[in-house]
Design a protein around this ligand. Sequence first.
Ligand code: ADP
Length: 331
Amino acid sequence: RVVVVGSANVDLVVDVPRHPGGGETILGGDLRRNPGGKGANQAVGAARAGGADTTFVGALGHDDAADLLLSSLDRGGVRTDLVERVDVSTGTALITVSPDGENAIVVAPGANSHVTIGAAQAERIAAADVVLAQLEIPLDVVRAAAAARRPGALMVLNAAPSRGLPDDVWDTIDVLVVNEHEAADLAGVLRAGASPGDAGSADSLDNDGAPGAPGPEEARAHENDPSGLASLLLLRVPAVVVTLGGRGSLVAERLPGGKLLTDVSAIAVEAVDTTGAGDTFCGVLAAALARGADLPDAARLAAAAGALAVTRPGAQDAVPDAADVVALAHR
Ligand code: ADP
């Protein structure tokens, strides 16, 4: 069982000849209203593409956008009985897309700022094998969700969008999932915050006896390649997945025998729209972990789901069926 704690947004998308500057008005194409938000996208990913019993914990307003999101979550097979309704507008993302495919985005968090973990939510979380959260909701909610886990349940944090994390939130993470940019941001914060005294945690990892496990100096030397970033993040969390778009992902784990890095290749597809690939990946990763898969195997299944997602437009609408994901992963 998976509980996804996070945001739900309606994405208002307009194609534009170019992004407007300050004080400027331009005409764009027809408005599209798509169900989105990292939390809701990942919940649909875990349920439809991952085949897991999935509950979404989030907050919606009393408006048309909420109806759009609820029906998309329902279609995706997500349990929505614990979604709170609040007297604030449903989260909205205003997105302009230029001809080269570049997005400019403004998010109005709205109801997402009012997600709470009450007794019913805590009870569902306590029954989950995996709790999956992102950073489009207040950090206090992430903390409360992590605290409600039963012992042994995994906390998977997709640290997106990028922001600094306080120590107590770092400490809750079992599996950190980040793309290359988020990995670089977090690694930068860790490097900046690392006092000489902090090297202790690095040493203890080094002393695990992993042959050739890089120490902090070596991690710094390769600081901006994915394995350098993952190695640095691994000083702070037991497992990291760095997603690399069409180049696949890198799984880094702290194991009793030392550090293990596993390259997971992407599956070559004709990319139509990469929106939601990362969210589908996270959802399927959580679903596979909930069934007891090890992290590299979970990432392989997630890669198949991410590949199928980029062959279709949209976010939640692009999430593939679990049978197609399994078929592609075992091809
Ligand atoms: P995000 O959207 O969070 O930046 P990524 O772009 O790294 O996430 O995508 C997540 C995963 O989805 C990748 O690790 C990969 O497995 C898969 N994926 C993304 N883009 C492609 C692509 N063009 N072709 C095949 N797989 C892709």
